[in-house]
Design a protein around this ligand. Structure first.
Ligand code: GDP
Ligand code: GDP
Length: 464
């Protein structure tokens, strides 16, 4: 099971409202052991792709007499002790009351981790109370509106790293939920090399793919020849491939050389088929895929297939057009290549196209820059607050469709992963959103957050 979150605070601040929002109809557990009061409610919460247990202390009337106050305190203490994380809720419209101070003290003493949430913060009526919340000595408050679902993306951002800490087991035994990533989504969203430890500085992994004779071996050799090797050839991912680590601009880069695999393929029959399979294998291990074309026969079926495959695998892609030294009409050819690229590979819009000569080494510095940049974009993370400001502007400029007269509401969005950038938009009736509106949003993300040429995954979910 994943972590647990207790929602605590005085009556009427909105605890149940948040509980219900997080749990929906998935109220799983009721505390009905003999001798235990039913004052604590537990449920399985779902927030975008996070699953956790939420504990609610609501259900008490306003504490007017001593005994009730005592009970409330006990209940809160119990919840705090049970939970990994406490969400301490205040009412931003009412401001800080003496009762809030009592809770704050319990939390300061007992809680492992506190999230301070100023609820009812929709509109501006909560600004004063929000600012007062700083005085509780529990760190920076966040604005939420349990009733309107505001601040859920920010809450997600806070819980995500905590969840990762409690994670391993949770990942293994995914709880049953009503909305899960489809297999296809999971595949698309799979981060390259998740199993690797990114805290250590890992080399950027690239591979060079392309049809036979495009110049892959020549390119790799040239790149290596001009670089100081950090390490010698290492045993590769597969028996037939080797990888070599170089250093570009202080960035360690590892190239998978698939030549071995390819040579083996050559002696067999279905050459074309096998080279695509080789490409696929290389692509799986790479972060950035360099699709190498031969300028005399660019954008052949096989090139297109492999570029598309790299995109579908969620890799950053750079197109390199090789044998540029042989081209006599360079300026016209360059223009033509760009047009073809846009027309034939619209899914890679904005990806860089570099003309090179593996043989002479011309423009290999530009290729290196393009690879490093593509990698940066692929790793980009956009803060939730920015995304939501952006989403409001986008929906205002172009409201989502209203099938059957009922307008689809896009409520909020957040980036759940990078490598490649992956976003989830919470909305009403996600199934009815059409492709052109989705495209509008994806293209907007590319343009407004500077994410050219990287696969972008945008998923739509109904409200948690
Ligand atoms: P609890 O006693 O802390 O569980 O509070 P409830 O969830 O029962 O909410 C108390 C009252 O506050 C109810 O009338 C809710 O409708 C209202 N409420 C809850 N969240 C919000 C919010 O985000 N904005 C506003 N304006 N009212 C809210
Ligand atoms: P691979 O099958 O993709 O690994 O291609 P190779 O690296 O074996 O190269 C195929 C042929 O293209 C060889 O004859 C190379 O010398 C030639 N070649 C590779 N790069 C260039 C280049 O930039 N310019 C020219 N003119 N020839 C090249």
């Amino acid at each position: 099971m994943s972590f647990s979150l207790a929602i605590v605070g005085r009556p009427n601040v909105g605890k149940s409202t948040l509980f219900n929002r997080l749990v929906g109809r998935r109220l799983a557990l009721v505390d009905d052991q003999p001798g235990v009061t039913r004052d604590l409610r537990e449920g399985e919460a779902k927030l975008i792709d996070l699953r956790f247990t939420v504990i609610d202390t609501a259900g008490l009337e306003e504490a007017t007499d001593e005994s009730l106050q005592g009970r409330m305190r006990k209940l809160t203490e119990r919840a705090v002790d049970m939970a990994d994380v406490c969400l301490f809720m205040i009412d931003a419209r009412a401001g800080i009351l003496p009762a809030d101070e009592v809770f704050a003290e319990i939390l300061r003493k007992r809680a492992k981790h506190v999230i301070l949430a100023a609820n009812k913060a929709e509109g501006h009526a909560g600004e004063g109370g929000f600012l007062e919340a700083y005085s509780l000595g529990l760190g920076e408050p966040m604005r939420i509106s349990a009733e309107h679902g505001e601040g859920m993306g920010e809450l997600y951002d806070i819980l995500r790293p905590l969840a990762d800490g409690y994670d391993e087991r949770a990942q293994a035994e995914a709880p049953e939920v009503d909305v899960e990533l489809t297999e296809e989504e999971q595949e698309l969203g799979e981060e390259a090399g998740v199993s690797r430890d990114f805290t250590a500085e890992k080399p950027l992994q690239i591979c060079v793919v392309g049809r036979p004779n495009a110049g892959k071996s020549t390119l790799i050799n040239k790149l290596l020849g001009e670089e100081r090797l950090l390490t010698g050839p290492e045993a590769g991912i597969t028996r037939d491939s080797i990888s070599v680590t170089m250093n570009w601009n202080n960035t360690p880069v590892r190239v998978f050389d698939t030549a071995g695999m390819r040579k083996k393929a050559k002696v067999q029959e279905k050459l074309e088929k096998l080279s695509v399979a080789d490409g696929l294998r290389a692509v799986k291990f790479a972060e950035v895929v360099v699709v190498l074309l031969d300028v005399s026969i660019p954008f052949e079926q096989q090139d297109l297939r492999i570029a598309d495959l790299a995109e579908r695998e969620g890799r950053a892609v750079v197109i390199a057009v090789n044998k540029w030294d042989e081209e006599t009409d360079k300026s016209n050819k360059a223009k033509e290549l760009r047009e073809e690229f846009t027309r034939l590979l619209p899914q890679l819009r904005g990806a860089q196209l570099v003309t090179v000569s593996a043989k002479t080494g011309k423009n290999l510095d530009k290729l290196e820059e393009a690879i490093l940049y593509a990698h940066q974009v692929w790793n980009r993370r956009v803060p939730t607050a920015k995304l939501n400001t952006w989403l409001s502007a986008m929906t205002e400029a172009h409201p989502p469709p209203a099938p059957g007269g009922r307008r689809i509401k896009l409520r909020y969005m957040t980036q759940v992963k990078a490598r490649p950038p992956q976003f989830v938009v919470m909305c009403s009736h996600p199934d009815e959103l059409n492709a052109s509106y989705k495209r509008y949003l994806v293209n907007g993300l590319r343009a407004d957050f500077d994410m050219p040429g990287t696969p972008i995954r945008l998923f739509f979910r109904s409200q948690a």
